[in-house]
Design a binder for this molecule. Structure first.
Ligand SMILES: Cc1ncc(C[n+]2csc(CCOP(=O)(O)OP(=O)(O)O)c2C)c(N)n1
Ligand SMILES: [Mg+2]
Length: 399
């Protein structure tokens, strides 16, 4: 399968530091950004990619066993996610979409907690402030606006361009190729550009928006759109963890120092389905899948580390054990996750008490307690357990 010569799928102009065979190639503009990465740092990236892939496999299996309502794989996107995640500083803030499991891992989010959302027991699963990692957003592209607004807030807090490396902050929005067709993303680019907001737009172009190919969304590489908004952009080989790290490092430094936004297009391919509800064999060719399987981001870094003699068996054995432990922990943790109280849906709607939400909660609690089976609050009402007085209506009366 030949790479496209032009258009949105061209591989021309992609920043690459590791070839698919794992050979280090020089790039004059980006070499200096990875020069400090020693073998330990590269092994740390390798470890994270392997761990996140194991998580992906376990979560997919758990969905098949009926333990999760849905799962969105990141399989094949580990290079883009771990590379960019390793470039972040603790004070940076990330707005992910719904499959940034690799980035979540680099932000210290427990991967088991990511599954709370996919099990349908939580609106989020982690504390966004504690991790500098916002909750997953399923409304395509909407969080690029939130990220831009947050970045403008960071600017007004005076946390940009101070020269203090522990204070200057960047914001990153992760989204897909399909999201670039949403109006919200264009609006975010406008606001980010004119306000010189410290935000990085990180687009993972896996070449598909469910069954819609990128060729149905654009006639030019997605990164080419950003300069029209006044935002510098770069295309990177997203299956190259080193190059992903380097371009993100450059963009983050620009944002933190007051240089404004950057648009990164990480050209990649998700080997997994869109979600566990999808069957990509209906629209993707086996030939295309094979082509990209041979460009696996994990194999690439592995080959490079092996060529350096920096991937000892002891490390690989330990990593295998670590991945097995994670798999076991994910399985037991997810199965033990309790059912939330239905009334908890009213929590965290607003940061402060709100009279409308309070009234709705009161009505709902009254409705729940109108059941006679004593199981009020757990969301499970046996057949025929309903109060003989009939169903209570929303205004509290009975009918
Ligand atoms: C505003 C909005 N429109 C439609 C959808 C349905 N939807 C869910 S995922 C998806 C495709 C997204 O593709 P892309 O942005 O490329 O991200 P990917 O899933 O490939 O990572 C669509 C259309 C949605 N969630 N939100
Ligand atoms: Mg996509």
């Amino acid at each position: 399968m030949a790479a496209a010569a032009s258009g949105p799928l061209t591989t021309d102009g992609l920043v690459q530091l590791l070839t698919p065979e794992g050979r280090r190639v020089s790039h004059p503009a980006y070499d200096h950004l990875v020069a400090h990465l020693d073998a330990d740092a590269l092994r740390a990236m390798y470890r994270d990619m392997v761990i996140v892939r194991r998580f992906d496999t376990e979560a997919t299996a758990l969905q098949r066993q009926g333990e999760l309502a849905l799962f969105a794989q990141a399989l094949g996107q580990e290079g883009a996610q771990i590379g960019s995640g390793h470039a972040l500083l603790p004070q940076d803030h990330v707005f992910p979409s719904y499959r940034e499991h690799g980035v979540a891992h680099t932000r210290g989010v427990d991967l088991a907690d990511v599954l709370r959302l996919f099990r349908g027991i939580d609106h989020g699963g982690w504390d966004p402030v504690a991790h500098g990692f916002h909750l997953y957003t399923l409304v395509i592209g909407s969080h690029t606006l939130h990220a831009t607004g947050y970045a403008m807030g960071v600017q007004r807090d005076g946390a940009v361009g101070t020269g203090d490396p522990t204070r200057d902050t960047a914001v990153v929005a992760y989204f897909g190729d399909g999201a670039t067709s949403q109006g919200d993303v264009s609006e975010a680019l406008v606001f980010a550009a004119v306000n010189e907001a410290p935000v990085v737009f990180f687009c993972q172009n896996n070449q598909w928006a469910i069954s819609e190919p990128t060729t149905n969304q654009s006639t030019v590489p997605l990164a080419d759109r950003a300069p029209g908004f006044g935002i510098p952009s770069v295309r990177v080989d997203g299956n190259d963890v080193l190059a992903s790290y380097a371009v993100t490092q450059e963009a983050l430094q620009r944002a933190r120092s007051g240089g404004g936004p950057t648009f990164i297009e990480a050209f990649t391919y998700r080997m997994g389905a869109h979600t566990t509800s999808d069957d990509p064999s209906r629209y993707r060719s086996a030939e295309q899948e094979d082509y990209w399987r041979r460009r696996d981001p994990i194999d690439r870094l592995r080959a490079y580390l092996e060529s350096l003699g920096e991937l000892p068996t002891s490390f690989l054995d330990q990593l295998d054990a670590e991945a097995d432990d994670l798999g076991e922990r994910i399985r037991t943790t997810v199965r033990a996750m309790g059912r939330p109280s239905p009334a908890s849906m009213f929590e965290h709607v607003y940061a402060t008490p709100h009279s409308v939400v309070d009234a709705e909660r009161a009505w709902f609690e009254g409705y729940e307690s109108s059941f006679l089976d004593g199981k009020h609050g757990d969301g499970r009402h046996g057949e025929g357990a309903h109060h003989a007085a009939g169903q209570q209506t929303r205004d509290g009366s009975h009918r």
